[in-house]
Design a protein around this ligand. Sequence first.
Ligand code: ATP
Length: 304
Amino acid sequence: MTERSDGQITVSGLTKVYRKVRAVDDLSFTVAPGRVTGFLGPNGAGKTTTLRMLLNLVTPTSGTATIGGRHYADLEDPIRAVGAILEASGAHRGRTGRAHLKMLCYAAGIPASRADDVLNLVGLTPAAKRKFKGYSLGMRQRLGIGAALLGDPQVLILDEPANGLDPEGIRWMRDLLKGLADEGRTVLVSSHLLSEMEILADDLVIIAAGKLVRQGTVTDIIDSMGAAQLRVRTPKPDELIAALDPATVVRRNEDGALLVSGVDARTLGDRALEARVPLYELVADKPDLENVFLQLTAGKAAIR
Ligand SMILES: Nc1ncnc2c1ncn2[C@@H]1O[C@H](COP(=O)(O)OP(=O)(O)OP(=O)(O)O)[C@@H](O)[C@H]1O
């Protein structure tokens, strides 16, 4: 099957205009097989709309989105080519997880025995005979991932798959997705959990306000921001923030320190002196993905 040999996702000039908003705006990027690619953006950036266009659930205003060189609608055997979860999976409330997956197998012409394999894969075997209405959010999420895997697809497209998972569930999913990528599959996953993405993803596509902000490996993107984040301690944080350029990104750390990016230590020290703000600590930390993400998307309208 051609989809198996080439699971590259290619988005080219993709645009979706709703009445009032350009949800996706001339977006182009590629997603390679054999890697986990994180799809990141602030709320309302256009991630879900992009994924829905890839899956032929929303019609683009212009541009194209293809999987292995084909539009989703033209795939010969879509369930074996692409598995997707777009939100916590739905199922008939009175049906068991096992019956739900068997029904999907039947509908897709997949042997029913695959349902049990997949339940095992997603850790739901002990709950296989319980009804969906009694499933927790994390269990529903696992069932959704199971449904996406039924066709043993070359490409996986997952919108916020970690939603509702506890820390152990998140680690389980990380291992599962990394394993699937190691088998040569294409794994595209959107998430707001930046520290998790930093561990999980090989590559990133970052968008804001419908446009591409950055594409590359996690390491390259973090390194490209070069300037380290500053950790600052002062008894007058509000005065210090007021003395800094408005484009500077400041986060308040739980331990009371300020994490500042977009300004170098010397400038910050000078500004503090001018504003007569005492500094008790001024240290440069290596930037993390959260910090880089905030810098890259700062000032780009999110909720539109
Ligand atoms: N069916 C629709 N009709 C009108 N506007 C829409 C529709 N779907 C999405 N939008 C708008 O398009 C923009 C992008 O939405 P989208 O859901 O794709 O963003 P997102 O990046 O997935 O956001 P989040 O991280 O909050 O889930 C938003 O401004 C949203 O309000």
